[in-house]
Design a protein around this ligand. Structure first.
Ligand SMILES: [Zn+2]
Length: 88
C-alpha cells in the first residue's frame, strides 16, 4: 500500500480506493484544502482520477503536482502576460 502525506496537515495517509478523502487524511483536511482553493490559493490543471491509482508513476505525478504548486506560488504574477488579440 502506498503512503502519501496529507497536503493539509502532513500526516501519513494510505493511498487506497477505500480512502475517499485521499490524498487527505480526513474530510476536515479535504474541506480545509477546498476552502484554500476557493480563495485562489491553490489550483490544479489535472485532477487525479480513479485511473491514476493504477498508474505506477503516481508518486512522480504527486511530486510534480506539488512542485507545480510551489512554482505557482512564486511565479504567478509573471505568468499573467497580457493577451494580445489574434484578430485585428
Ligand atoms: Zn490531514
Amino acid at each position: 500500500m502506498r503512503i502519501v502525506q496529507c497536503p493539509t496537515c502532513g500526516k501519513d495517509v494510505a493511498w487506497s480506493i477505500e480512502n475517499k478523502f485521499r490524498p487527505f487524511c480526513s474530510e476536515r483536511c479535504k474541506l480545509i484544502d477546498l476552502g484554500a482553493w476557493a480563495t485562489g490559493q491553490n489550483s490544479i490543471s489535472t485532477p487525479l482520477t480513479e485511473k491514476d491509482l493504477d498508474d505506477p508513476n503516481i508518486e512522480a505525478q504527486i511530486t510534480k503536482y506539488f512542485q507545480e504548486q510551489a512554482t505557482k506560488d512564486v511565479s504567478d504574477d509573471d505568468n499573467q502576460l497580457p493577451i494580445k488579440p489574434l484578430i485585428k
